[in-house]
Ligand binder design. Structure first.
Ligand code: PLP
Length: 452
């Protein structure tokens, strides 16, 4: 038997074990709810008559169960105050995690995140309020698997204006971040997927879990090379992750020629394309071959990974398969965030936020480069993005010294498809990650780690 009842206006689900007597079942269910904290100290229980009606039990049964739990110390009963959960219920020992969580680092220079303390909370709140006030109730129903048309329309304009992407709202699919976008793409291609070597190991796992073999796509000082015998290739042209190399014009041409001639799908992961500092802006490759390149973007670097909003601009022949995969993955992405982002883009608050971030990160980049320069250490891939590559012959030793100082860093080695035969070693420094006030101390810790 199971039932649901309300304590101080809060619904509580109780499972009454049919193997026990009614009284025994109710006692056990109440004990477990108190032990698990689902019934908090001080919570007032319903009157015996009321609970008896709700649970379909005799009033005496409920009264006897309450008496028993009062005797055991789980409940208190005072005239006028009714029956309440005792103030200090006996607590089970706290559950110990199978793997203890690592302590959070004192300094964090791992790549992959912007400074999330700069999230534009006030602007986001205003955008959400405006968007929800204007939206019809139907936005809370099931909708288009491609996502809200408001966001797709805003993105088509924004991506065309800022990244040279050729997009129409019809060809955009909003996803739960790039991670889902990549999983959807991997699920619709028929064959191996070439991924940059070095590249982000997590994304290789995403593709492999979608059931596609992953093959290395070598990267050199001109960026990704051209693949062969694969169904798709995934590249980061604006700022190769993690080397930071921009894709050379000859390679851009070679990759789009490959996609045109082989019918392969070229995926452009433009994860940090908004952040460029002192080189000419590089438009998206998609703008030169919109029928052969999928453009992928994300709010993870501009707003924060917690937003979990990404987008694909798809060539016509890939649109239906991806929309179908998205529908079957989760119907569509959560709507309120989409509406807020559409408003943020439409009012240009998004542009303003990015401009502010770009200035801050450029300054941080300059400080990092200067600091390393003083130590005679070159920083690679620093003309754009939010990370730098610092080569070092003994990455393991650097990471161990960093850990001892409470400095979180990411090594280059795991980025290689075969980490045991890493062509180069080093550290990928995510200089956008710390909050502004913590950046200088993080740089000090990095400098000491690299020199001692
Ligand atoms: C290479 C690369 N692509 C894309 C992303 C964005 O991924 P998501 O939108 O799933 O957060 C990241 C984030 O760290 C990244 O490093």
């Amino acid at each position: 038997m199971s039932n649901q009842w309300a304590v101080a206006g809060v619904d509580l689900h109780l499972d009454l074990d049919p193997a026990l007597s009614r009284r025994g079942g109710l006692e056990r269910a109440l004990r477990e709810a108190i032990r698990a904290g689902r019934l908090a100290p001080g919570a007032r229980l319903p009157a015996t008559r009321k609970l008896a009606v709700e649970l379909g039990l005799a009033r005496n049964t409920v009264a006897a169960a309450y008496d028993q739990l009062v005797a055991e110390g789980y409940l208190t009963a005072r005239r006028g105050a009714g029956t309440q959960v005792a103030p200090l219920p006996r607590a089970d020992p706290p559950a110990t995690a199978a793997t203890p969580l690592p302590p959070s680092p004192r300094h964090d220079l791992t790549p992959g995140s912007p400074d999330v303390s700069t999230f534009p909370t006030a602007a986001w709140l205003r955008a959400t309020r405006r968007a929800l006030t204007a939206a019809p109730a139907s936005v809370h129903g099931y909708g288009d698997p491609r996502g809200r048309v408001e966001l797709r329309t805003a993105l088509a304009e924004y991506l065309g204006r800022t990244r040279g992407v050729r997009a129409t709202p019809e060809r955009i699919v909003v996803t739960s971040g790039y991670a889902q976008a990549l999983a959807l793409l991997a699920s619709v291609v028929d064959g191996p997927v070439a991924m940059e070597d070095p590249g982000l190991p997590f994304h290789r796992d995403v593709v492999a879990r979608a059931g596609r073999p992953v093959v290395p796509l070598p990267v050199d000082d001109r960026g990704a090379t051209t693949p062969a015998d694969v169904a798709a290739a995934v590249v980061t042209p604006a700022h190769q992750y993690p080397t930071g190399v921009p894709l050379h014009p000859s390679r851009r041409h070679a990759l789009t020629a490959w996609a045109r001639e082989s019918g392969g799908l070229l995926v452009e992961d433009d994860y940090d394309g908004e952040f460029r500092y002192d080189r000419r802006p590089l438009g998206a490759v998609q703008g030169t071959a919109p029928d052969h390149v999928v453009y992928a973007g994300s709010a993870s670097k501009t707003l924060g990974p917690g937003v979990r909003l990404g987008w694909l601009v798809l060539p016509p022949r890939w649109l239906d398969p991806v929309v179908d995969a998205k529908l079957h993955a989760d119907h569509h992405t959560e709507v309120v965030g989409q509406l807020a982002l559409a408003d943020l883009i439409g009012t240009h608050a998004y542009d303003r936020h990015i401009r502010g971030c770009r200035q801050r990160y450029r300054h941080r980049r300059d400080q990092l480069v200067q600091r390393l320069d003083d130590l005679g250490i070159p920083a690679h891939g620093v003309s754009a993005g939010l990370h730098a590559l610092v080569e070092h012959p003994d990455e393991t030793a650097v990471l161990a010294r960093a850990a001892a100082r409470g400095l979180a860093l990411s090594g280059l080695r795991p980025h290689w498809h075969d980490p045991d035969h890493a062509a180069r070693q080093g550290i990928v420094v995510g200089y956008a990650t710390p909050a502004e006030h913590a950046y200088r101390a993080a740089l000090d810790a990095l400098a000491r780690t690299l020199t001692t």
